[in-house]
Design a protein around this ligand. Structure first.
Ligand code: NAD
Length: 517
């Protein structure tokens, strides 16, 4: 079956509950309700009434209170790790370091930074010196967060903290594949003494997400696939709701001839197989310079063979399960397509038998842009290699993509790293490291081209989560009759015209005077 055929197959049982299944074992973890439009509207209404009293608090007070939520997250880290690992199939170490710690750290940075970043500030007007302008950041109201299943803690709740600190309430529509963790965090939120209704969780499939956009929310933060992103952006456009689109990625890794071979090989393995390759910033394609290609490939294959894959529940594994069974079929179809077009299978390549959904960590070589594995988002544990003749070719191939979220460059020469980073077209370019940029709450994160628009993280995203309001005051008592107001006359026109010539003349003082006389 081709990638396109698998992708277009329906992915949802028709029911009014979502069965929650552990991907590593196939065991049932329970079920959650599919919420309809009236329940979603009720959740938005509740959030809106809680928001009114939250919005009147100062940013400092909100930040102080939000730290109590972080306290609960840190206290209950083990329970969160356990559930994350069960529900998504990711190793416990990744659940701790990629989710719990990333969230706890983001809360700290947001709470520390927000009072300064959101403080009203006066700006100097270059022309209207007689007026005083103040820019302030006011709460939007209710922010809808629609999230995917791959990082179901750090992504939605990281965005939620930014919304809360700016004075908004939050309604989260978690992925249908990771709703339990969202409901567990809701319990922690309620225990932390913050206004309970400031956080609402609405569970369901895509229709529930669509109902949320239609329920009068004031901003949408969407993280998910390009296909769903198009629908969500269109729905927001219809209603003129501002939105941030965090969509797919196809991160290239350029291995220069002078790269540290061991670090680059380990980075490819960590960046390609962490979370079973189900990260929007996973290493999805490697362009290795011909002088280093063979040695690098050999080392990556050797390291891949050492990886321990299996059920992360109660055991230490390096690579866990594929969260979505259908995703394993998509991954298999990418491998099949690549092999049919001349790629060489170096290691892995197939689904593992037994309970649960596992796909072997896979390395392919001799790949080209004729293959879907090099051009479409894989979202699974495959690292395809392509040999390149030069840096120029590597950059050209890296930029030959409809996606542009993350990119990686490996070189021992700082100057070369800086130069190549500037030539690759992506929202973030990371030199000699992988995956870490999402864990920097102060650095803007987001994509170019079909990877989306808008940014999460960083001070700009913090300010953007609020409405910006310009207040304009008089500095000196204004005249009762303003010369620019009615009645208009030829004399007033001449005066304004002369004023314009003086103002925009590029000549010196004498020249400016000549404009008048
Ligand atoms: P998805 O697009 O299938 O679903 C995302 C969310 O949207 C889910 O909660 C889903 O129920 C909801 N949804 C579906 N249809 C909807 C509709 N019509 N209206 C409103 N909501 C709707 O994505 P996924 O499979 O859960 O996640 C994987 C994708 O997410 C990958 O493409 C990955 O690259 C991307 N992703 C991007 C980032 C980023 O920051 N750029 C981060 C993580 C994942």
């Amino acid at each position: 079956m081709t990638v396109a055929e698998v992708e277009t197959r329906a992915n949802r049982p028709s029911a009014d509950v979502i069965p929650c299944v552990a991907p590593a074992t196939g065991e049932s973890l329970g079920e959650v309700p599919v919420m309809g439009p009236s329940e979603v509207r009720l959740a938005v209404d509740r959030a809106r009434s809680a928001q009114r009293s939250w919005a009147v608090l100062s940013v400092e007070e909100r930040a102080e209170r939000l730290l109590r939520f972080r306290d609960r997250v840190v206290e209950r880290a083990d329970a969160l790790v356990e559930l994350l690992s069960r529900e998504t199939g990711k190793p416990r170490q990744e659940a701790l370091s990629h989710e719990v710690i990333v969230l706890a750290d983001a809360i700290g940075w947001v709470c520390k930074t927000a009072p300064r970043a959101l403080a009203p500030r006066e700006i100097e007007l270059h022309l209207m010196k007689h007026r005083r302008s103040v820019i302030e950041h006011v709460p939007r109201g209710v922010v809808a967060i629609l999230s995917p299943w791959n990082f179901p803690l750090s992504i939605p709740f990281g965005d939620a903290v930014v919304a809360w600190v700016t004075g908004s309430a939050v309604v989260i529509k978690p992925s249908e594949l990771a709703s339990l963790i969202a409901l567990e965090v809701k319990k922690l939120w309620d225990e932390s003494g913050l206004p309970e209704d400031l956080l609402q969780i609405v569970t369901g499939y895509g229709e529930t997400g669509a109902a949320l956009i239609d329920a009068g929310v004031n901003k949408v933060v969407f993280t998910g696939s390009v296909a769903t992103g198009r629908r969500v952006a269109a729905a927001c456009g219809e209603r003129l709701i501002p939105c941030v689109m965090e969509l797919g990625g196809k991160a290239p890794l350029i291995a220069c001839a002078d790269c540290d071979l061991e670090r680059t090989a380990r980075a490819i393995v960590a960046g390609g197989f962490a979370n079973s390759g189900q990260a929007c910033i996973s290493v999805e394609r490697v362009y290795a310079h011909k002088d280093v290609h063979d040695r690098l490939l050999e080392r990556v294959v050797a390291l891949t063979k050492e990886l321990r894959q299996g059920n992360p529940d109660g055991a230490v594994v390096d690579v866990g399960a594929i969260t979505l069974p259908r995703q394993a079929e998509i991954v298999a179809a990418h491998v099949e397509d690549a092999l049919a077009k001349g790629a060489k299978l170096q290691v892995g390549g197939k689904r593992k038998g037994g309970k649960g959904t596992f796909f072997e960590p896979t390395v392919l070589s001799e790949c080209t842009h004729e293959m879907s594995v090099m051009t479409q988002e894989i979202f699974g544990p495959i690292v395809p290699f392509m040999r390149v003749e030069s840096e120029e070719q590597a950059v050209a191939m890296a930029n030959d993509s409809h996606l542009g979220l993350n990119a990686y460059v490996f070189t021992s020469d700082r100057e070369r790293g800086r130069r190549l980073a500037g030539q690759v077209s992506a929202g973030s370019v990371v030199v000699n490291d992988v995956l870490t940029n999402f864990a920097c709450p102060e650095a803007p994160f987001g994509g170019v081209r079909q990877s989306g628009f808008g940014r999460v993280h960083g001070e700009d995203a913090l300010r953007d989560m609020a409405e910006v309001r310009h207040l304009s005051f008089d500095r000196i008592r204004p005249p009762s009759r303003d010369p620019l107001w009615y009645p208009y006359s030829d004399k007033a026109y001449d005066l304004v015209h002369k004023g314009m010539r003086v103002l925009f003349s590029r000549r010196g003082v004498l020249g400016k005077l000549k404009e008048i006389f």
